[in-house]
Write a protein that binds this ligand. Sequence first.
Ligand SMILES: Cc1ncc(COP(=O)(O)O)c(C=O)c1O
Length: 249
Amino acid sequence: MTFVGVARTKEHLPMRVPIVATGRRLPRRVGLLGGTTTWADCLVAAYYLANPRRLVQGAAIAEFEAAFARQVGVRHAYSFAAGRVGLYGVLLALGIGPDDEVLVQVPTHIVVANAIRYTGARPVYVDCELNTYNIDLEQAERALTPRTKALVLQHTFGIPADIDGAVALARRHGLEIIEDCVHALGATYDGKQVGGFGRAAFFSTEETKTISTTMGAPHTSSWGNGTRCPGRQPTRNCAASGRLIMNSA
Ligand SMILES: Cc1ncc(COP(=O)(O)O)c(C=O)c1O
């Protein structure tokens, strides 16, 4: 992965940092720091902690988003406080709300179902296939009702789901696909990175994930004519802030 270098290159260090420290692994003494965190990352983080406006309104987030979109091979990436917040934002942008149903597999994380519930929609659980732990699409088809609007397509433990099958199902029934790529940054399907197959995808850069910003989560999309998702625009949030703010720009 090349984009983790965003916060590590010399030009992004807004103060004198001993470059000799760059790239050195920090022993995992503090559980909240991801295993790839370096001393240089800590210095940059300390700087932004003291100057939060530079992070939230500065160039770093936009550069991270652009690098993330390039890495995944999609047009846009937006930073959110967590994967669950990104999913919530995508659902709102799709107009999903009360009386709608969203298919989601088991096993998943409870926050996926919660994000759906926060919109007023109902999560409908579908069992997984035992050889991949990904959604069983035959059972998904049987769970459809006229209220079903979307399918959360999870790539469990980094194993890509049956994307062709899911796309065919979605086309047959007019569903939106939202990829859950939380476990799967860097996984490929047919030579293409996951995160660009559905209407939108959400990732996580929380501390146990492939790359860590301690808290945070980009979601990716090829939506829109330039920079924005259609519909209500969830706030692009500081990946490290852990705050959820919604607006309706
Ligand atoms: C499959 C899956 N989806 C979504 C999430 C939520 O991600 P976040 O913790 O960034 O909200 C998790 C968390 O581990 C997860 O395992």
